[in-house]
Design a protein around this ligand. Structure first.
Ligand code: FVH
Length: 292
């Protein structure tokens, strides 16, 4: 009980897969935890572990200064928090949103007298409370709030603060997740190529994982080229060579009865960049085509 008294009390709104995982870590660390969920059964389940279920979201918010929100989307945040007195509260929103939604939510919170910190969770529920899993949350917004609650916020998973702009956590979050979907798209095409052959997908998987890991550091060279503006700096496999190779990928897909629809958009950008006379460069120029 003495340990519990020293820990910052937390209110958590939202006990879905992620919210419940977060809740368990704060309870295990001895933080008094008030919880609320639209479907009350989820809050009741946590009461057995020591959480205090509130009847309403307003009651949960009134209970503590530090309010953590982990709901489905920005619309649900609006529905849950509208009409609730937030004056003097430290509002931390871990709900996935766009940068514009996060900035608007920060302004909205300030207008209601609350400090605001936005969070983008770079973890899935099984990684919560497991430091060796490497998960973390991007935070941005009120640095005062972040410093005040740094230790409490670090209980479930690591923290990476990316500044005052409340939209930055969401931007970093979406930037990393977008790259992840590109990777999943590539892996989907790869598995499709072997799907009808006598090749065990489980045999391809470790080769695929090792190859993606080996290629991933190329992003450092991309960053270096973007900073210098020299897209040929340190180039190993130039654009002209890579575009020349694209028919091999498309023919192989056709021979294997696989749609090229995941590869085509990227190959099209590569060809456009080559047509601009960038054959000696890396693939970095594709980024400029996207931004234009
Ligand atoms: N789970 C994951 O893998 C990802 C990992 C990265 C971060 N995301 C984001 O975390 C937010 C919460 O995700 P979640 O996994 O907890 O999602 P669900 O299990 O679907 O739970 C959703 C909770 O939101 C409540 N809710 C939904 N709509 C409303 C509403 N209109 N009013 C009040 N509450 C609402 C829902 O309540 P209930 O269905 O139990 O009544 C859950 O508590 C999310 O932003 C992910 O993108 C997770």
């Amino acid at each position: 009980a003495e340990n519990t008294l020293k820990k910052t009390p937390v209110t958590l709104l939202g006990l879905g897969a992620m919210g419940a995982a977060l809740a368990r870590t704060w309870l295990a660390a001895g933080h008094p935890l008030t919880v609320w969920n639209r479907t009350p059964a989820r809050a009741a389940a946590l009461a057995a572990d020591g959480a205090r279920p509130a009847e309403t979201a307003a009651e949960a918010v009134a209970a503590n200064t530090l309010i953590i929100v982990c709901l489905l989307d920005d619309t649900s945040v609006d529905e849950v928090l509208s009409g609730i007195d937030l004056a003097g509260k430290d509002l931390v929103n871990l709900t996935t949103s766009t940068p514009a939604q996060a900035r608007a939510r920060a302004k909205w919170a300030r207008e209601r007298g609350a400090r605001y910190l936005d969070g983008g969770i770079m973890a899935v529920p099984p990684m919560i409370g497991v430091p060796e899993a490497g998960g973390y949350v991007f935070y941005s917004g009120s640095q005062e709030l972040f410093e005040r609650h740094r230790e409490t916020l670090a209980v479930p998973v690591g923290t990476t603060c990316v500044g005052e702009d409340a939209g930055f956590a969401a931007l970093y979050d979406v930037a990393l997740l977008s790259a992840m979907y590109g990777m999943f798209a590539g892996a989907a095409h790869s598995f499709a190529l072997i799907r009808k052959e006598d090749i065990d997908p489980a045999a391809l998987a470790p080769l695929l994982a090792d190859w993606l890991i080996a290629m991933a550091p190329a992003v450092h060279q991309t960053a270096d080229q973007l900073r210098s503006g020299d897209y040929a700096k340190g180039v190993v496999s130039n654009l002209a060579m890579q575009v020349a190779g694209t028919p091999t990928f498309l023919s192989t897909a056709e021979q294997q009865g696989v749609s090229p629809e995941l590869l085509n958009p990227y190959f099209e950008l590569m060809r456009r960049r080559l047509a601009e006379g960038s054959g000696e460069e890396d693939l970095t120029g594709v980024i400029d085509l996207l931004v234009r």
